[in-house]
Design a protein around this ligand. Structure first.
Ligand code: T1G
Length: 691
């Protein structure tokens, strides 16, 4: 775990705990023992601490969290490092995160590799640094910068770290050799300790502005607010008084539901890629892909692939449509340059890998073709027939459909085992979620290739089976309908949106519909009208809105009025909703926010349980990832299935039974929910491989 490399009067202490040198119990013990030994060894004049492998350390071992803490505690180890009578230099490479950053803050000097980065990301796990970070960082870089870094959890690169005073030097060549030389130069000097420094004075306006920003960005999360209090403590009190407060906050947050949820998310994001049945199956190597359809979706997909280093052939039916698509792609890149995300050289390099075409045969040289044409089965079937004829038998063919039946599409293709769904979310180059839809005949190798592509695109790729709406849109359809049912029983759209926004959703469902455009839902309703089961509860309000030209934000009005982009409640909508509600003959009453939340969440959870029972999603964590990364579900609630466990399945079951009794067969209680609640088990117990 800890290796010692003596070099003259300097000893380099190396942390070696793959894959990311987390400060697990054995590392903490090893560090403590080594420091005590080196501190008293007369042959040693100074110490360097470095990390083996790809990174210095990613900090606290997340797999130990939530369990009884094991001795020695990291803060004590770090206090011992700082108390060392000899100079200690930390050599940061890769990522020095959390506890890894805190080790460095206790050193005499810090040196970083040019491509290294450093940060205190604990807030992303619903925590605060617990090993002195909140008390030492303000003393090193000032309270304003410290608060920004601690509350945002962002990592800073070497150059910024130097500019902020977070490091003393950037290595010009060999990091370890330069760290040893720096340590050597300090021998004999009494080590300067960060904890003994005063917190530098700060501009009150800048401080107030940073505090205000942190509060605004917190949006329901408690950890960022704790950052304000802890940096305030550092300003007001000596280190010895501040550290116990930091420690107490750390343990409070560790026990909080928010941190538990965020840790679940962290683990789920990594677990989702582990699909037991695909173990040992090698994905195909693909570097050149084709996209058909250069509308909003298609051009976003093309950009996502270009950004990840692929060659992309973009096809449209006509020159005019192709040009419009290219304009879209160019527009996205110009915006990225303007915002500083990429520079001109990168833009040109990415665009150089794009080949526009109107010829289907130009796609023959690609390894994967994604169709993103109009969402209409006849259009798709016609295209798939032509693709089947024009492409080699092994080319993987993917559809970006969000609702249509993949089995029907697969029938239109020779070699349907190469057919798969790659359901991107708009804007495709930004949104993290990718649903990978497996049809009945999809080959495992093709599925594994889909997952590998998702990883290269840096997306969270979740495998879903074929059903109407897959995982995300199927849940969405159900809970949206539930929101509309409440409109028939006395609630108003703004009340429902406010309740769900208070729960933590980025936007309420009616505001989201206005943003996306109501005509989409309307077109779908018209398409499904003929086959709709008349016994099923249905709310025709969207039809009324669209008939009145209220298509949402783009029309300046939908469920709300939009004056200069600002959302405003419209009395006309209140009247329309009330009149419709009265016409149903249902009893009218008012709804509390808690009631609205409970009904919507239960509907989501019940449908999630059905999806699990049917094998559409493999594990509850897959559903949690879809809702959080594609549908604005607050990550600090951990997704609907995690939330269900936290709420208690008995309570969820009772509400689900009430919904089923009122709203009919489509809302019947999921067998799995009944079974789990009945046997006192949780959804988490089905995340078998999650640690
Ligand atoms: N503990 C345990 N395992 C970890 C880990 C950690 N901190 N970080 C990563 N792993 C595992 C991860 O599960 C995966 O495992 C493998 O390493 C590679 O990770 C008092 C206590 C470091 C930027 O929040 O941000 O310090 O799936 O796939 O994309 O204040 O991991 O292979 O089995 O993510 O190259 C603060 C969290 C802790 C850092 C690397 N630290 N990690 O990203 O690889 S709180 C964090 C990351 C703290 C003190 C407290 C990233 C990464 P497997 P990966 P990557």
């Amino acid at each position: 775990m800890i290796h010692l490399h003596p070099s003259g009067k300097v000893t380099l202490l190396e942390i070696d705990n793959p894959p990311v040198n987390a400060t697990s119990q054995a590392v903490r013990q090893g560090l403590l023992d080594a420091i005590e030994r080196l501190d008293t060894d007369p042959a040693v004049g100074a110490i360097v601490i470095a990390g083996a492998g790809r990174t210095f350390t990613a900090g606290g071992d997340i797999t130990e969290f939530g369990k009884p803490p094991l001795l020695p505690h990291l803060p004590d180890v770090i206090t011992r490092i700082e108390a060392c009578a000899k100079p200690v230099v930390v050599a940061w490479h890769g990522t020095a995160l959390g506890g890894g950053c805190e080790i460095g803050l206790a050193a005499t000097k810090r040196i970083i590799a040019p491509d290294g980065s450093v940060g205190l990301p604990e807030v992303k796990l619903g925590l605060m640094p617990g090993a002195g970070g909140t008390q030492r960082l303000p003393r090193l870089v000032g309270p304003v910068v410290a608060l920004d870094l601690i509350a945002s959890g962002r990592m800073v690169g070497a150059k910024e770290a130097l500019a902020l005073g977070l490091v003393d030097a950037i290595a010009a060549g060999n990091l370890r050799e330069e760290a040893v030389a720096l340590a050597e130069s300090l021998i004999g000097q009494p080590p300067e300790r960060v904890s003994e420094r005063p917190v530098p004075a700060s501009d009150p306006t800048a401080w107030e502005a940073t505090v205000a920003k942190v509060k605004k960005d917190a949006k329901g999360r408690t950890a960022p607010l704790a950052a304000i209090a802890l940096v305030e403590t550092a300003r007001a009190e000596p280190f010895a008084a501040g550290q116990p407060k930091e420690r107490a906050t750390f343990f409070d947050l560790m026990a909080s539901p928010q941190s538990k949820a965020l840790r679940h998310m962290f683990m789920a994001e990594r677990e989702v890629a582990r699909v037991p049945e695909l173990a040992g199956i090698s994905p195909r190597e693909i570097n050149h892909i084709g996209v058909i359809g250069a509308g909003t979706m298609g051009s976003g997909i093309a950009v996502a692939f270009l950004d990840a280093g692929y060659r992309v052939t973009l096809m449209e039916a006509s020159e005019a449509a192709l040009q419009a698509g290219l304009d879209r792609v160019n527009g996205l890149y110009l915006r990225s340059v303007k915002s500083g995300r990429i520079d001109e050289t990168i833009r040109l390099e990415r665009l150089s890998r794009l080949t526009p075409t109107t010829e289907i045969k130009a796609l023959a040289e690609t390894g994967l073709v994604i169709e993103a044409v109009f969402e209409d089965m006849a259009v798709k079937l016609d295209l798939l027939g032509r693709l089947g004829a024009a492409l080699p038998a092994e080319t993987i063919i993917a559809t970006n459909t969000s609702y249509l039946d993949l089995e029907v599409m697969a029938d239109a293709l020779p070699h349907p085992e190469r057919f798969i769904g790659l359901h991107f979310f708009s804007p495709a180059h930004v949104m993290k979620l990718l649903e990978i839809v497996r049809a009945r005949r999809t080959a495992k190798e093709v599925l594994a290739t889909g997952l590998a592509i998702g990883k290269r695109l840096k997306k969270i790729a979740v495998i879903a089976g074929v059903c109407d709406g897959f995982i995300g849109n199927r849940l969405l359809a159900r809970y949206r309908a539930q929101c509309e049912f409440m409109l028939e029983e006395g609630a108003l759209p703004q009340e429902i949106d406010a309740a769900l926004e208070a729960f933590g959703f980025a936007m309420g469902p009616f505001a989201v519909q206005d943003l996306a455009g109501l005509d989409i839902a309307w077109a779908r309703r018209k398409r499904l009208a003929a086959t709709r089961n008349p016994a099923e509860r249905d709310v025709p309000l969207v039809d009324r809105l669209c008939e009145a030209g209220r298509f949402g934000q783009k029309a300046g009005k939908g469920w709300y009025l939009y004056a200069e982009g600002k959302r405003e409640v419209d009395p006309e909508i209140d009247a329309l909703v009330r009149a419709h509600a009265a016409s149903t003959g249902r009893a009218q009453r008012s709804f509390s926010a808690a009631e609205i939340q409970s009904r919507v969440l239960t509907t989501m959870i019940n449908e999630g349980a059905k999806i699990l029972g049917e094998g559409i999603a493999a594990r509850p964590l897959d559903i949690d990832l879809v809702l959080v990364n594609g549908y604005g579900f607050p990550n600090w609630r951990g997704g609907p299935m995690h939330y269900a466990d936290e709420t208690g399945l008995a309570r969820i079951l009772a509400e689900a039974e009430a919904i089923a009794a009122r709203d009919g067969a489509a809302y019947a209680v999921a067998r799995l929910l009944r079974e789990l609640a009945g046997s006192g088990r949780t959804f988490a117990s089905l995340n078998a491989s999650e640690r």
